[in-house]
Design a protein. Sequence first.
Length: 201
Amino acid sequence: MSDSNDKDAPKEEDAANADEAKAENGATNGGGAAAAAAAATAAAQPAGAAGQGAQTAPRFQALAQYIKDLSVENPNAPDSFRNKTQPKIDINVSVGVNPKAEGTHEVVLKLEAKAGAGKDMLFAVELAYAGLFRLANMTQEQGQVALMIEAPRLLFPFAREILANATRQAGFPPLMLDPVDFLALYRQRAMQQQQGRQAAS
């Protein structure tokens, strides 16, 4: 009898294990279907919202950048190379915006560097470095900030390198400009325009 009971016991355990496995498979399949349905629903809802958000979100895109004008004067060379005194270097930075096709604007960053004057002039370099930018879904104020602050900030490192190369190729140490605070430059220009309007009125 003991042998018979020992053989029947594994059968009962196997049947119980089989029932548990079926229950687990059913729960897994059911859970997987629910998860898949939830994922599909979640994916469908944010996709529409993301699509609408992408269409209305502000966009600022750089399309191209290029040298618009470059002038290098070295009128007193080679005598100017013998100059041992530190010359006074005048730097002028300005930003201009030219509207182009709908939604695109050309931003021109102008850098002027002049060392000395008259017969003591060492060099004079003028660079107009430009970029073409596209704006979308921006207010007028946002567009002004993007074009007058962010755009020249993107252009400046390239213009700075061109200016340094120009002075070096003219026979002088490369002129490395300090970083420019375009936000302060924008505020200064806005204040000047406001003062001009007040004076006109």
